[in-house]
Design a binder for this molecule. Structure first.
Ligand code: CA
Length: 191
């Protein structure tokens, strides 16, 4: 967790600098009677900065605990959940269900899954055809353009609408019943 310390320092500096700026602008504008408003604006600005630093720090923690690839960090779940609960859990942590967008991401995800989801045969990915059978979309409802289906998959028809990726082989995908409880990996986009 050594990586978190510099952020605290940066955070503290921002607070001090912003407070100093807020104070000097308050004393400047007190004559015009706008001091309170200026201070309020400064405080709001300060809150936004602190919150974005907090987000950066949370992301750094995630990336340290999990694994970092190009523009993304992955962090494995502890337990098994249904597709919906798994995605909700990822969203609550500021991410989404992992969704490989090309073969490079697919192989990075599979190799991370293999070492972090010990004993799991497969895991949820953010790909489903719940709305329209056969039309696969990501967790934001946008069409998926990269696929890695296993041979003869998907084959569950209207009964199986959520995708899993295998932890073995080439990380090939299959469709599954969304209510099944599976391990999962959340992905976090790096700004
Ligand atoms: Ca289906």
């Amino acid at each position: 967790m050594a990586g978190a310390k510099p952020l605290y320092f940066v955070c503290l500096c921002v607070v001090i600098i912003s407070l100093t700026t807020a104070q000097s602008s308050r004393s400047r504008s007190s004559k015009s009677g706008k001091g309170k408003d200026d201070l309020k604006i400064e405080i709001e600005k300060l809150w936004r900065e602190v919150n974005s630093l907090k987000e950066m720090q949370a992301l750094q923690t995630v990336c340290l605990k999990g694994t970092k690839i190009h523009k993304k960090c992955y962090l494995a779940s502890k337990g098994e959940k249904s597709y919906h609960s798994a995605n909700e859990d990822c969203i609550a942590q500021g991410g989404t269900l992992s969704t490989p967008r090309d073969s490079d991401e697919g192989s990075s995800l599979r190799s991370y899954a293999k070492r972090s989801l010990t004993g799991a045969k497969d895991f949820w990915i953010g790909v489903n055809d719940m709305t329209t059978e056969g039309k696969y979309v990501d967790v934001n409802g946008l069409p998926v353009t990269y696929f890695n289906w296993d041979r003869n998959e998907p084959r569950g028809g209207a009964r199986e609408n959520c995708a899993v990726a295998s932890t073995g082989g080439q990380g090939k995908w299959s469709d599954e019943v969304c209510r099944s409880e599976k391990r999962y990996i959340c992905e976090y986009l790096i700004p």
